[in-house]
Design a protein around this ligand. Structure first.
Ligand SMILES: Cc1ncc(COP(=O)(O)O)c(C=O)c1O
Length: 453
């Protein structure tokens, strides 16, 4: 007989949420079903309504508190409603909310200068937009204008956005009818050692996967390409880490064919990986164009494309304009986010807690056969679930069940991968050691509950 499990205890929080007096979750759901797009999807069998957040914690309308283990899909970098970011937004909201880039305002330049100081090499010119999808679109446009070539190479299992060009470079079966958008886009093998043809035991895997990029260039293009876009760790694809040497070799093939290399840092940037500020740095490469969003604004609608002066010059003289991009409020918030990452040492903190958690996840793998693979860096960690470790059958239902069980215990997690088989853990970078230990206890209990042992 199974003994009743001890419920893991969420570490105490000093913040007291305000009493919630708004509409019920059922009313909000009904309103959403009537007035919002049916294309929007919800997590959990009983949808969760969140009404307040403070740093790493969230509260639902009943006052129940949760540890946020996915940060609004890797968006809340420095903590929900971080006081320094809120103060920057409030100060600017009262001064001037909107002035387009046709006028001068000090905030956009100050933010751009600070962001450029974080970039290596000649990556010093910033262009601000409102979402990661827009950043993808702009980066692809720049690649085509700069090179004069048309063909683009992206990776299977990637995600780069929900607009036409973002979908074009995203390879996901749910969008397979969007073929017209994908004209000129070719998808190379995902460098996915756990599932792909070249595994963790193959020391040449990085070069072998990169050879597929070369093969795509040779077989599917005229031999000239505009660009190659890749995340530094695939996010929506289930936090897939590329084998050593992959990006370096792939960049070599792309540049030899006249293309530029675009790093999508929407999930991997801003110190989250711990050892480096940007994900591409962990691969020892310097891209030609970098896209960033999500964590850049800690929840503000802010995104950016950073490139070299030479590539940026391709837009000179063209009417290319973004009404809200880099407006005074979001620029103040973006600069405040960078200040918090520095002053609170959040990159080093991500490394320390990430290492602790990854070691804990590995231990759980030793105990729970459902876990097929543990991967990721810093506070961007994935646990891929399989029904059996030899066939690697994706454990989709089990993954959803682990998320449900964790939610009951007060932990919110994300999921990813083609079948929704991978747990994604990417909390605000301010979680504590006690929070990390709580995560390990919850996962242990949730895996036991789901596998019935
Ligand atoms: C790696 C990556 N690139 C681009 C995007 C698109 O960003 P947005 O949703 O802000 O348009 C996302 C969103 O999840 C993403 O994960």
């Amino acid at each position: 007989m199974l003994l009743p499990m001890k419920m893991p205890l969420l570490p105490p929080a000093s913040h007291q949420p305000q009493p919630y007096t708004g509409p019920s979750a059922a009313e909000v759901l009904a309103q959403r079903q009537q007035f919002l797009s049916p294309g929007l999807f919800l997590y959990y069998q009983k949808p969760l309504m969140l009404v307040e957040g403070k740093m790493q914690y969230l509260w639902d309308e009943t006052g129940k508190r949760y540890l946020d283990g996915i940060a609004g899909i890797v968006t809340v970098s420095v903590g929900h409603c971080h006081p320094h970011v809120v103060a920057a937004a409030q100060r600017q909201n009262e001064l001037l909310q909107h002035s387009t880039t046709i006028y001068l305002n000090p905030n956009i330049g100050a933010f751009a200068e600070k962001l450029a100081s974080k970039m290596p090499g000649d990556l010093k010119v910033c262009y601000f937009v409102n979402s990661g999808s827009e950043a993808t679109d702009l980066a692809l446009l720049m690649a085509r204008l700069y090179t004069g070539n048309y063909d683009l190479i992206a990776l299977r299992n990637a995600y780069h956005g929900g607009n036409a060009s973002g979908m074009a470079v995203t390879a996901h079966s749910s969008w397979k009818f969007n073929v017209p958008h994908s004209f000129g886009v070719h998808h190379a093998l995902a460098p996915y050692p756990y599932r792909g043809p070249f595994g963790y035991d193959d020391a040449q895997a990085g070069h072998k996967y990169a050879d597929d990029v070369k093969s795509v260039i040779d077989y599917a293009t005229s031999g000239k390409v505009a660009g190659f876009i890749a995340e530094s760790i695939q996010g929506v694809g289930g936090f897939v880490e590329f084998p050593e040497g992959y990006l370096h070799a792939a960049y070599g093939h792309v540049r030899a064919a006249g293309g530029v290399c675009i790093a999508d840092e929407v999930q991997t940037g801003f110190g989250r990986l711990g050892t480096h500020f940007w994900g591409f740095e962990t691969h020892g490469v310097i891209p030609d164009i970098v896209t960033m969003a999500k964590g850049i604004g800690n929840g503000a609608p802010l995104a950016a494309v950073v490139t070299t002066a030479k590539i940026a010059a391709t837009l000179t003289g063209k009417v290319h304009f973004n009404t809200f991009g880099g407006n005074p409020v979001v620029s103040a918030m973006g600069k405040a986010v960078l200040e918090v990452i520095e002053t609170e040492g959040l990159q080093a903190h991500s490394l320390e807690l990430g290492n602790h958690l990854k070691a804990g996840f590995e231990k759980l793998k030793g105990k729970h056969p459902l876990i097929g693979d543990v991967r990721g860096q810093g506070l961007l960690l994935g646990i891929e679930l399989v029904k059996d470790r030899v066939a690697k059958t994706p454990a989709k239902a089990e993954c959803a069940a682990v998320l449900e069980a964790a939610r009951e215990m007060g932990l919110l997690l994300g999921k990813g991968g083609l079948w929704g088989q991978t747990i994604r853990f990417a909390p605000p970078m301010v979680i504590t050691q006690a929070d990390a230990d709580f995560v390990l206890e919850v996962l242990d209990a949730a895996f036991a509950q789901v596998s019935g042992c």
